[in-house]
Design a protein around this ligand. Structure first.
Ligand code: FEO
Length: 171
C-alpha cells in the first residue's frame, strides 16, 4: 500500500488529469464549432491521452490496494480568442501539471516509496514531451500568423494525429 498521504495526493492528481481531459475536450468542441476539424481532432486526442493518464494513476492505486476516490471536476473555459491563445493555455497548463508531478515525486522520495517514484518516472518523461509538443505548435502558429492558407494547411496536418493508448509494457 502507499501511505494515506500519497493516496490522497494521487487521488488529487487523478482529478487534475480528468480536469485536463475536460479542458482539452472543451478546446476540441470550440475549434470544431469554428470549422477547424483538424485542430478539434488534435484536442480530442489530447483529451483521450489525459483520460489515459488518470486511468494509469487509478490502476496504480488499485494495484497497491489503495482506495480510488473520484472527485467533482471543476468547470473549464469554453472559448478562446485564437488557436495561439489555446495553445498558450495548453503550455501554461502542462507546466502546472509538471509541477504537480514533481511534487508527487518529492513526496514519494520523502517517504522512501521507491515503487511510486519509479511509476512516476513515466509521467516525468511524458511531461517533457507534453511541453515540447505544445511549444512546437506555438512556434508554428507564430510563424504562420494570420495567413489563412497556413492555418488551413496546418489544420489538415495536425488532424492526422491518432490516439495511441499507453502501451501495456509501459504500465
Ligand atoms: Fe496528463 Fe497533459 O498531462
Amino acid at each position: 500500500m502507499v501511505s494515506k498521504n500519497l493516496e490522497s495526493a494521487i487521488n488529487k492528481q487523478i482529478n487534475a488529469e480528468f480536469w485536463s481531459a475536460y479542458l482539452y475536450l472543451s478546446m476540441s468542441a470550440h475549434f470544431a464549432n469554428k470549422g477547424m476539424q483538424g485542430f478539434a481532432n488534435w484536442f480530442k486526442v489530447q483529451f483521450q491521452e489525459e483520460q489515459g493518464h488518470a486511468s494509469k494513476f487509478m490502476d496504480y492505486l488499485i494495484s497497491k490496494g489503495n482506495k480510488v476516490e473520484l472527485m467533482p471536476i471543476d468547470k473549464v473555459q469554453t472559448s478562446w480568442d485564437s488557436l495561439l491563445a489555446a495553445y498558450q493555455d495548453t503550455l501554461k497548463h502542462e507546466k502546472v501539471v509538471t509541477g504537480l508531478i514533481n511534487n508527487l515525486v518529492k513526496i514519494a522520495r520523502e517517504e522512501n516509496d521507491y515503487a511510486t517514484e519509479y511509476m512516476l518516472q513515466w509521467f516525468v518523461n511524458e511531461q517533457v514531451e507534453e511541453e515540447e509538443t505544445a511549444q512546437g505548435i506555438i512556434d508554428s502558429l507564430e510563424l504562420i500568423g494570420d495567413n489563412g492558407f497556413g492555418i488551413y494547411t496546418m489544420d489538415k496536418e495536425i488532424g492526422q494525429r491518432v490516439f495511441t493508448p499507453i502501451a501495456s509494457a509501459e504500465n
